[in-house]
Design a binder for this molecule. Sequence first.
Ligand code: FAD
Length: 564
Amino acid sequence: MRPTFSTETRFASLREMEAHGVDLLVIGGGITGAGIAWDAALRGLRVGLVEQHDWAYGTSSRSTKLIHGGLRYLAQGEIALVREIGRERTIVHNLAPHLVHPMKLLLPIYKRGPYGKWSTSLGLWLYDRLAGVKRTERRRMLSRKSTLRREPGLRLDGLLGSGLYVEYRTDDSRLTLEVLKSAHLAGAYLAHYAQVTDLLYDDHGQVCGARALDRLSGREHRLRAQVVINATGPWVDTVRRKDGDLRGKRLHVTKGVHLTVSRDRLPIEHALYLGAEDGRMIFLIPREAVTYIGTTDTDYEGDLQKPLCTATDTAYLLRAVNRQFPGAHLTPDDVQSAWAGVRPLVHEPGKGPSELSRKEEIMRSRSGLYSIAGGKLTGFRKMAEKIVNLAVADLQARTPSGTTSAVGRSRPRACATAYTPLSGGDVGGLGFEPFQHSMMRTGYEQYGLGHEVLHRLLRLYGSNIRTIFAYLNRDPSLNKRIAGPLPILLAEVRYAVEQEMTVSLADYLIRRTGDGLFARKEAEQTAPALLEAFADMLGWEERERAKQWQGWQDALREYNPYDT
Ligand code: FAD
């Protein structure tokens, strides 16, 4: 198989952007920037995107990993937002059925709890209608007895019953990556580990590109663009400051933490949405062999690169779980891994972290720089559509006909993201279940692969499992498992390098696969053999191996609760 999204691709993208410029340059490779690049490329624009670290390194790998309609926002009266993101939920599920899975969620109702029985029933009913939820997934109200039958570990005292409804679980960093791969397929020029250090201006003070430092080669590139979009999430104001125009709205960043514990220590059947002692709601979500718990919501002024989970964050979340599951007795020693993310919210005077709107905001500076902040993972497609509409209007106003720009050449097409399957989501109109069945059979019969390996490949790569099979056809020596408890084939490592632009062991274990978060012990045991496999494929010498190992050790510390 030809490498299509590899390190070579990023070097070529940087060279191409430097030599010929682009119509639209996006700064930031989280879900927001990824969505914009995909949408713009599908419309026929010449679009480039640079990310300072790995793909989805910022907030987009550190969320609760739900594609959800935001029941909480209903309680805050944000009806339009609930309607919009509820509808988006269905669209994103259709575009990426391998990554967005329906999940039953139980909302227990307690005497004097944050949600009453009738208000919950009415709220969930309204939520279903606003979000256009299909009949089979609409809410059911359960009695106390059937709630306890489903979750016998719940606190009995004051329990009145529960609401059972459907939300969607995803993998945020893989979703971001699949959007980026789709953007690449549609013609976008993409480079990770390329940090924008400065913006470029024309003689009229209008922004006309950016200077980017390639952190892999140390080279600096001047990237010319007609329109620049700042989609840097928590860094939005840092880039706006470079542009010298912070008029209008500012960011208000808050930190949210998640913990994982073994499912044996918290054996729940459903995802749960529970009240903490301060009335805030937290999620408990089963995933593979762990349950993850989150989130907190506190004002944040620390390092945006490495927000950490502190002992106070851990204590808050464990207290909330122990209060609702009195038999659990979870302690910090039960925590296997943790992650902290920073919400790029828009400041509203007098409002605390949990009261701030999650709606996106688009700002345009005096120099013409667009910035986009706020929003949700769930709404990425719609956010992209709105800002690309503005960029297209700008380009059409600026570009005299007869120039070399795509906009000058022909009218850009209309937004096509609502019906273009994402990379990995092309299951041939069958639905994911039958597709999964057929691929399982092929994998077993033609390649002798076991259930564990096939399950992993389908869960992570969806319809791109076909590319992995093509690797096995071309080179049967790749049909070998790496030593260790994680079921990783050598072909998967090659896929990561050639089709997912993986350049580091830590990036693979944290953001490409989630193993470092959701199967941490197994990841630690498999890491030495995995390092060798990457070293062989990427030609790492002794010094690079040591650097890569250190990077993995640093990641293990970062994705762990800190005791400060
Ligand atoms: P980011 O993902 O942070 O991306 C910005 C990128 O810009 C970063 O990767 C950064 O490295 C890069 N960058 C910064 N400066 C530069 C530069 N100078 N040059 C190049 N690149 C640069 N939403 C949901 O829909 N569902 C949820 O369940 C959910 N849960 C959440 C839980 C928590 C704890 C948090 C914090 C958020 C949650 N969200 C959720 C919200 C969602 O995660 C965010 O809205 C979304 O990820 C923001 O994406 P982004 O692309 O705007 O920012």
